[in-house]
Ligand binder design. Structure first.
Ligand code: HEM
Length: 469
């Protein structure tokens, strides 16, 4: 039987406005009723407007591409993320966004990946050394993956080990996510230009966050530019708008750095967490993956090209992103009235494209709740562009998607190649939607050194059987 990981209970019927708001604040994955996982469109009235969730690929295409100019980031998302991400790429709009996007995109383009994956492998090697010393002990998997992903973000951004800054950064980001990010009713009702009582705490937080980010980048700004870029910071500092030739000011640079760290590290950390928890519960798949990892040599200089041999690992990462999409919903607000298929969409309606629902939709996937990485193997038909979209779609598709995939694939192969991962207990790990798709508790695992084990079962055949059932 394939693994069917537990999920939070979806309500039988659409929640009342009060219960909906409570769900958004505590576990946003519980805000969709069971019917949303079977219907192409879910519509609910909310605070005098309508709130629409789209599971129909054509409708999604319409909102993200066909009539994308009519759909902007929702005021609530801007209000909640702005204190950290400022006016960086994630939250900017219109011409300002266009300029930022075309200036930043080359710094994360495929040709830069070999430089970035060098940092990934260096951080993974060090993490493996540390974990080796803890072999046989209980490991808090989420914190371990967050530390590693932040180290990778720090190294690829600043060629800097995050030992010095990582703890403080994680404390700040955790504080923000627990105390300031759960939305309140007024956060959703008022335009971002009108502060709500909850904004005062966010504003105070922003002052501390800016001082922290400034302290990290100050010494880099004081250095002359090197001849060839070492990391993302050098690339961003040297980046020029291809049309106007303008670069970023110091404040803009700081917002971009904060944005990339915010958007990039927690998303990848939870991807690795869920992948490893799945593998701990699906030992056949884990052995199948370890076999592949053992056949590939991963060194800093060759890591990027080694990825071509990691097709099983890529399939596991994709299946993890399907079942546990870190960005569980994309939220937009309709600027003007529109029609999506037969549905009239009044101005200021909230439109959601929720990978969490879309990726588990019963009409779009076979056995949607089962963990079956084989569905992403190259011999299987690729899922539709608007059926599987962990990185979004359209002009605002994740600018770091290539890097995120490279990081997740290389780290997963390195970890599973070295260690066998097993759960410490059998307590179900339930996903919770708070900013990203988090686990409901700090699941612990044991890591045992595979290289010390004498025999490894050849599990590839068994895995295929499971997938075909
Ligand atoms: C598994 C990891 C990741 C996932 C699942 C993910 C997912 C997403 C999604 C769904 C969006 C689109 C949001 C929308 O349309 O509303 C997005 C945007 C973005 N992501 Fe990622 N992301 C990941 C990793 C990264 C990394 C590593 C970086 C940077 C190095 C990054 C930087 C960004 C930025 C800057 C945007 C905003 C792009 C724009 O608005 O033009 N992300 N991400």
């Amino acid at each position: 039987m394939p693994l069917r990981p537990p999920v939070p209970m979806a309500p039988d019927v659409r929640l009342s406005a009060r219960d909906f708001l409570r769900a958004v604040r505590t576990n946003a994955l519980t805000m969709w009723p069971k019917s949303a996982y079977r219907n192409p469109i879910d519509v609910r009235p909310f605070l005098g407007r309508i709130n629409v969730t789209l599971n129909d690929p054509e409708a999604i295409h319409h909102v993200l591409i066909g009539n994308a100019a009519n759909y902007r980031r929702s005021p609530a998302s801007i209000r909640i993320l702005r204190p950290i991400a400022g006016n960086g790429l994630l939250l900017s709009q219109g011409d300002d966004w266009k300029l930022q996007r075309r200036t930043i995109a080359p710094a994360l383009a495929p040709r830069v990946m070999p430089m970035l994956t060098r940092h990934v492998v260096a951080a993974a090697d060090l993490a493996i050394g540390r974990l080796q010393a803890q072999a046989g002990q209980k490991i808090d998997l989420l914190t371990t993956m967050q530390t590693l992903a932040l180290d990778i973000a720090g190294r690829s951004m600043f060629s800097l080990e995050m030992e010095q800054h990582g703890g403080a950064m994680r404390r700040l980001l955790n504080e923000y996510s627990i105390r300031h990010s759960p939305p309140h009713m007024l956060d959703m009702l008022l335009p971002p230009s009108v502060p709500t009582p909850h904004d005062w705490g966010r504003i105070r937080f922003r002052r501390r966050w800016l001082a922290f980010m400034d302290s990290i980048i100050a010494h880099r700004l004081a250095e002359p530019m090197p001849e060839s870029p070492r990391d993302l910071f050098d690339l961003l500092r040297a980046a020029r708008d291809p049309e106007t030739g303008a670069g970023f000011s110091a404040a803009q640079l700081r917002d971009q750095v904060a944005t990339l760290i915010l958007a990039g590290h927690e998303t990848t950390a939870v991807t690795l967490f869920w992948a490893l928890i799945m593998l701990a519960q699906a030992p056949d798949v884990q052995d199948w993956l370890a076999e592949e990892a053992a056949s590939v040599t991963m060194e800093a200089d060759t890591a990027f090209s080694a990825m071509a041999g990691l097709v099983r690992t890529r399939a596991v990462v994709n299946e993890t992103l399907r079942l546990f999409p870190p960005a569980f919903t994309l939220v937009r607000e309709a600027i003007a009235a529109d029609r999506i298929g037969d549905l009239a969409v009044p101005r200021r309606s909230v439109v959601m494209i929720a990978p969490w629902v879309l990726h588990r939709h019963h009409t779009l996937w076979q056995d949607p709740d089962a963990f079956l990485p084989a569905r992403f193997m190259p011999d299987q038909p690729a899922p539709g562009r608007f059926t599987f979209m962990p990185f979004g779609a359209g002009a605002r598709i994740c600018v770091g998607a290539q890097f995120a995939m490279a990081e997740a694939i290389l780290v997963l192969a390195a970890l599973v190649g070295r260690f066998r991962v097993t759960r410490v207990d059998e307590q179900p790990v339930i996903p919770v939607g708070i900013v990203t798709t988090q686990p409901d508790h700090l699941a612990e695992v044991f890591l045992t050194d595979r290289t010390a084990a004498s025999a490894r079962p050849a599990a590839g055949a068994r895995m295929t059987e499971t997938a075909e059932r």
